[in-house]
Structures are given as structure tokens and as C-alpha cells.
Design a protein. Structure first.
Length: 239
């Protein structure tokens, strides 16, 4: 049995970058996936606004650049690490994977944001991003799935509530930082911002199929408590 695989590119990237560039910079720019004519019918049901998983080939990497152990980001201060424990492009099969966002589809051209593939990179596959399959294990647990028992439903609700409370803790940390930008106690309530928050939460609640009055009531309790915490932090700071 042969150990060699032959893959046919389904598309090629048209983008701004032709040299190694930090992925964070590349993802700020728009790219295009130009699909080969024989694969265009496979785009049926891809839509504007979808996230897609793009598998592509690091076609400019040379064989001598590939090592099974490396210092991530070519920084010797980073510990020597096996390539399979990194996101380095210097990989044995030179395959990259990035989640991109569809900005436009016209004929055989998919315009995307968030892609970190270089110009002319061969695209090996395109798949719709599905958090239940593609996210980390913890994030998968937060996705709704069909349960088979009352206990499984309750356990799933507990997982969601634990994550909600963890995120509220993160929210509190930002609120405590906000105090650094306020000078006087009268700056804390910020009624315009307060009203904006409530309007947005009502709109988000309606989009999620929730009762906006209930969600607004929850957020009023939360925000009113945070305002008290801000005032206390300011009082201690100024005392």
C-alpha cells in the first residue's frame, strides 16, 4: 500500500501577502478563494455571513525549513516544542487550517475575512464551521444537543450556568477597570450608557427568543450592583 496521497486543489487564494507575515496581520485583510470550475457546484448553500473552515497548503515552505521540533514563532525564548503541538506553518504535510468569514460570493469567487493563507495558496477543502464539531471540548459542551434523560438535561443546564457565571466574573473585571477612567462619583452612573446597555440587551433577548422584560430586569440588578461596586472602589481610591 502506497504511503503517498495525491490531492487536487479545489481553489486558490487571491490575497495581499506573498511572504511570511504574522497571522494576526494577515487576518485583518480581505482575501478571495477562487474556486476551480469543476468544483463550483459544490458551493451550493454556502451563504454570505457564514464562517467556514479553510484547509490550504503552505506552498512556499521549502523542505529544508521543516523540522519536527522548533521554537514557536522562531523565538529562542520559547521552549523547544514538537511541531504537532504548535500552529507553525513548517509542518511535514504543510497543511494550514483557518476559520474565515464569508463576506461575498459571486460566481466562483468567495470573498472572505480572517484568512491567513498567502496569495496563490492551494485550497484543499472548504467546510462550514460548526462549533459542535470544530470548537474545543469545553465549547462543544455549551452547544445545545438532544438529550436522552432528565438528568442529562439538568447536567447540561448546570454546565451552561457555570459558564455564564464565569463570564459574569470576567465582566466584573472589566467594570472594575472602567473605574480607572472615571474621576468623580457622578461619572459612575453614566445614564446614557446605562440606557444603551438596556436597549441592546432587550434587542439581543428578542433575537434569542427570550423575554426582554426578564432579561432587562436581570441586567438592571447586575448593573446596579456593579455601579455600587464602582462607587466603593472610587471611595477607597480617593480616601
Amino acid at each position: 500500500m502506497s504511503n503517498t496521497l495525491t490531492l487536487t486543489p479545489i481553489a486558490f487564494v487571491k490575497g495581499k501577502f506573498r511572504e511570511n507575515t504574522p497571522p494576526e496581520e494577515m487576518r485583518k485583510h480581505i482575501s478571495q478563494l477562487v474556486v476551480e470550475p469543476e468544483f463550483v457546484s459544490g458551493l451550493l448553500a454556502l451563504e454570505l455571513g457564514m464562517d467556514i473552515l479553510v484547509l490550504f497548503h503552505f506552498h512556499r515552505i521549502q523542505a529544508e525549513e521543516i523540522h519536527l521540533q522548533l521554537h514557536p514563532r522562531h523565538n529562542p525564548d520559547n521552549p523547544l516544542t514538537g511541531v504537532f503541538a504548535t500552529r507553525s506553518q513548517f509542518r511535514p504535510n504543510q497543511i494550514g487550517a483557518t476559520v474565515a468569514h464569508i463576506e461575498e460570493i459571486e460566481d466562483n469567487v468567495i470573498t472572505v475575512s480572517g484568512l491567513d493563507a498567502q496569495d496563490e495558496a492551494p485550497v484543499l477543502d472548504i467546510k462550514p464551521y460548526a462549533s459542535y464539531f470544530d470548537a474545543d471540548r469545553q465549547s462543544q459542551l455549551l452547544e445545545v444537543h438532544q438529550v436522552t434523560s432528565l438528568q442529562e438535561a439538568r447536567d447540561s443546564i448546570d454546565v451552561l450556568d457555570a459558564e455564564i457565571i464565569r463570564l459574569l466574573g470576567n465582566r466584573a473585571k472589566y467594570v472594575h477597570q472602567v473605574v480607572n477612567f472615571k474621576k468623580r462619583p457622578e461619572d459612575v452612573p453614566a445614564p446614557d450608557r446605562y440606557n444603551q446597555v438596556m436597549r441592546l440587551r432587550r434587542a439581543w433577548a428578542e433575537s434569542a427568543g427570550l423575554n426582554p422584560d426578564v432579561i432587562e430586569g436581570m441586567y438592571k440588578l447586575l448593573v446596579d450592583n456593579f455601579i455600587k461596586e464602582e462607587l466603593e472602589i472610587m471611595r477607597r481610591r480617593n480616601s
